[in-house]
Design a binder for this molecule. Structure first.
Ligand SMILES: *[C@@H]1O[C@H](CO)[C@@H](O)[C@H](O)[C@H]1NC(C)=O
Length: 399
């Protein structure tokens, strides 16, 4: 539309110009009315968190999809290795899945078979049932904006020994545990995966990963697990609901490599019906900031093996009945050198945060990781649109 307009201007006669002006005047109030009808969009820029404001205030975001890579914050830093010259733009047109011989057009082909930087989009709504875990290659972006993309009812996503991956805008649910399987991995290697445990997104021995604006629920094991020495991960703007063990950071008590793990958990909405692990941390450092907790069962934030957690400017709404304590600490073999710090959190409905150890912990972000943290009293609006967004089809409407 825009380019036609520009061409027409080149041959404009005065009469055309008058017509164009008249049209503009007629159309203008309508545009304003349309904006007013969508309450979630009124004053949109003011209420957006720092990540969303970076791209959602651009009405032409569809034409600038790759700008998203500059919007990440926290330990993942900016995802600028995913963009630049030589990016392959790949469209998923086929919802099928062949784990050993992926067909062009399928998600698996785009995510595993293309070398170099790949930016994957979905021209229309799609339900994808993966028959085995999807191993995503380094320098890959899966960008579900503009379509309803469900990955459900089968295996789900695994990042295994990779770097620079963005997972954005997907609905991942009802992931199933499986027997040991073989699957075609990056660069044509056949990879054996022992007993995939049904996580929605499993991040294993991987670095620089950004998981943003996904809706995750009802899976066999965790929703997001970050394990086996993974680090520099940001988990933001996701909606986690209806699940027992939500987020695991750190593999098991014997896996000391996870002491280098650094994860940012920001602007997520937890609930309703999440029981525990939001997150559960072993070793490592988690900066948990500006999230909304709509109740919990056992606990919200917990851990073992001397983890460090800085909980900052979150809104914790305790469940009406049951445990009001936010934290859970596995003592005894779980170590005694804990740091659980709460800074500027807002506690509602009787919630209690018991601090331990060094309560002055700092995330020590560098220039590309640092971001402006919102006040806990504005967390409801900062997390209002957590989860996969419904962006309308018309290119002029905002996402
Ligand atoms: C910030 O830290 C990350 C992770 O350690 C590193 O990769 C990046 O180069 C650093 N950026 C700057 C500007 O120092």
């Amino acid at each position: 539309m825009a380019s036609q307009g520009v061409e027409a201007m080149g041959i404009t006669t005065p009469r055309h110009l008058a017509l164009a002006l008249a049209l503009a005047i007629v159309l203008m109030p309508r545009t304003i009315n349309a904006a007013n009808k969508r309450p979630q969009n009124s004053g949109i820029d003011k209420n957006l968190n720092v990540i969303d404001r970076c791209w959602r205030s651009d009405p032409l975001w569809r034409h600038h999809r790759q700008r998203l890579a500059r919007c990440s914050v926290g330990y993942a830093g900016k995802m600028t290795n995913n963009i630049g010259p030589g990016v392959t733009c790949y469209r998923v047109t086929d919802n099928g899945d062949d784990p050993m011989n992926p067909k062009p057009g399928t998600l698996r082909y785009g995510a595993t078979q293309i070398r170099g930087k790949v930016w994957i989009t979905f021209p229309k709504d799609m339900n994808i049932k993966l028959h085995r875990p999807l191993l995503v290659s380094s320098f890959t972006t899966i960008d579900g904006r503009g379509a309803h993309v469900n990955i459900a009812g089968g295996a789900c996503i695994t990042l295994l020994g990779v770097t620079d991956v963005i997972i954005h805008g997907l609905r991942i649910h009802n992931c199933q545990t499986q027997e040991t399987v073989e699957v075609m991995g990056p660069e044509g290697h056949i990879i054996r995966i022992d007993y995939p445990d049904g996580d929605a997104i499993s991040v294993i021995s991987s670095t620089k990963v950004w998981i943003d604006h996904n809706t995750l629920y009802d899976c066999g094991d965790g929703l997001v697990d970050v394990t086996h020495g993974s680090t520099d991960v940001t988990i933001s703007n996701n909606w986690f609901r209806t699940h027992d063990m939500v987020m695991l950071l750190g593999h098991d008590d014997g896996y000391v490599q996870d002491q280098h793990m650094r994860v940012t958990v920001a602007f997520n909405y937890f609930g309703p019906d999440c029981d525990q692990r939001m997150p559960r941390v072993r070793y490592g450092f988690a900066h948990v900031v500006n999230n909304l907790y709509q109740g919990w069962g056992l606990y919200a934030i917990g851990g073992s093996m001397n983890p460090s957690v800085r909980s900052e400017a979150n809104l914790f709404i305790a469940p009406d009945a049951g445990r009001k304590e936010i934290t859970w600490k596995l003592r005894g073999k779980g170590g005694s050198d804990w740091n659980f710090a709460s800074t500027n959190d807002v506690l509602e409905n009787g919630a209690v945060f018991t601090q331990t150890g060094d309560v002055g912990l700092e995330p020590h972000y560098n220039r590309t990781q640092a971001f402006r943290i919102g006040d806990a009293t504005s967390v409801r609006s900062l997390t209002w649109s957590a989860g996969a967004l419904s962006c309308l089809k018309r290119s002029k409407t905002r996402c």
